[in-house]
Write a protein that binds this ligand. Structure first.
Ligand code: GTP
Length: 440
């Protein structure tokens, strides 16, 4: 079972028809249905499938037996035959019974959205952790679909290019799979423990951690490469990255921080997959700063940003300090002048511009370490002097007549929370007021 999960076949590519069902009561807009279907086609193509035909059926409800209507099944049978397709890919999740019925009626291999995504993850996994996680997700998806239908399972789960547990499941039974799931969970626990130790070590050494998150294809790997000159796989394929890749990033002040790439998000990310990848995504929870990378050139960027927000919420990481990085502005005619976020913490960049990368590094430094500010405080104001020590690290102090001048590296959160009483004593402000008094 283990090997089959990431076995890559060398045969001819699958030739597929792609099918979506718009259920009227769900009230999805035509645009939403179309975009989801386009994304499914892009996913299929990135898995090496030839997409020959796509279609949407609109219906009042799902047909429990066929998922789509019986008439549509007949129609698709004709089309598939004419085009020489061997696979049908559905944009929604199917039940085991629907897969079997459709398989028989259409005489095609049937794959649903979840299975396609799991397959792509299986194709792209690069580390031991990635393999373990994908296999766990695939088996968790398969298990409830197994019950009582052993003989029919040779094709269910067969997957794109016939990877995945589908290939070996004839020899397996539920107990077998349960045991394997148990083994995988234990192995992943071990990996997780190891990762936690590494993280603790970095934390102990006071190293800041920055996590890159974003919808798939937003440009995270490219940024990780360009910011750190690491040789990470970046390609114009969905989900090029499966495993977090951690590199050292040097900030403009010379300080080194750790930058971690994470798996790309996608809408309707299968639940089993989110569960399996939880330990990878937990890197995000441990980060001091999250960089949310957005493909500004995508027509669907708002929806993609929402999906990322949803996953971050699910991970409990929504409150993390965050910078939204609007990437790929080189592809926009106006450079993305109108791109903004509600919290205003955003930057517009092209990953290919050195100036933009330097601006991003400066923003990371600013957010993590804060600004250096000076204050000129009356020597008798012990309350303000102690506040100066609370809003940051005092780098220097010197007596200046009846005042004390402080050079402070201000911590942004602390300063935002309690620094307002220090505003009038900012050195520039104090000097300006003094100048005005002298002029008068
Ligand atoms: P996943 O691994 O799928 O999550 O993708 P990712 O977010 O890591 O994206 P990746 O870095 O692989 O980039 C996807 C594609 O976008 C590649 O073809 C990059 O060359 C391209 N790309 C990244 N940044 C930019 C940019 O600023 N401008 C342009 N024009 N293309 C970019």
């Amino acid at each position: 079972m283990k090997q089959s999960t990431h076995e890559v076949t060398t045969g001819a590519p699958d030739r597929a028809i792609v099918v979506s069902l718009a259920v009227k009561s769900e009230r999805l807009s035509d645009d939403a249905v179309r975009h989801s279907l386009e994304e499914l086609i892009a996913l299929a193509e990135s898995a090496g499938v030839d997409v020959l035909h796509s279609t949407v059926q609109s219906r009042d409800a799902v047909d429990p037996k066929w998922f789509i209507g019986k008439g549509k099944v007949e129609e698709l049978r004709g089309i598939a035959h004419e085009l020489g397709a061997n696979t049908a890919i559905f944009d929604q999740e199917l039940t085991g019974a629907q897969v079997r019925n459709l398989e028989k009626a259409l005489d095609l291999k049937i794959i649903d959205r979840t299975q396609l995504i799991l397959d792509i993850f299986a194709q792209r996994a690069k580390t031991r952790e990635g393999f373990l996680q994908v296999e766990l997700a695939q088996l968790s998806y398969l298990l409830p679909r197994l019950s009582g239908h052993g003989a029919n399972l040779s094709r269910l789960g067969g997957g794109i290019g016939t990877r995945g547990p589908g290939e070996t499941k004839l020899e397996t039974d539920r107990r077998h799979i349960r045991n394997r799931i148990y083994e995988l969970r234990r192995a992943l626990q071990e990996v997780k423990r190891h990762r936690a130790l590494q993280r603790e070590r970095r934390k102990k050494n006071g190293v800041y951690q920055v996590a890159l998150v974003g919808y798939t294809n937003a440009g995270k790997s490219t940024l990780l490469n360009r910011l750190t000159e690491a040789g990470v796989y970046a390609e114009n394929q969905l989900f090029a990255t499966l495993d977090p890749t951690t590199r050292t990033l040097k900030l403009p002040n010379g300080q080194e921080v750790v930058l971690t790439d994470t798996v790309g998000f996608i809408q309707n990310l299968p639940h089993d997959l989110v569960a399996a990848f939880r330990s990878t995504l937990e890197e995000v929870n441990e980060a001091d700063l999250v960089l949310h990378v957005v493909d500004s050139s995508s027509e669907m960027k708002e929806r993609q940003m929402e999906v990322v927000d949803e996953v971050l919420r699910e991970l409990g990481a929504q409150g993390k300090p965050r910078i939204t990085v609007f990437n790929k502005i080189d592809l926009l005619p106006d450079g993305g002048a109108d791109l903004l976020t509600a919290d205003g913490e955003s930057l517009r960049i092209s990953a290919f511009s050195d100036d933009d990368l330097n601006a991003l590094k400066a923003a990371i430094q600013q957010r993590l370490i804060g600004d250096t500010r000076s204050f000129r405080i009356p020597a008798g104001r012990g309350d303000l002097i102690s506040l100066v020590y609370r809003v940051g690290d005092v780098l220097e102090q010197e007596v200046d007549g009846d005042y004390i001048r402080f050079g402070v590296r201000v911590k942004r959160n602390e300063f935002d929370m309690m620094g307002y009483s220090l505003q009038p004593f900012a050195a520039d402000e104090a000097d300006r007021q003094e100048g005005e008094t002298t002029e008068r």
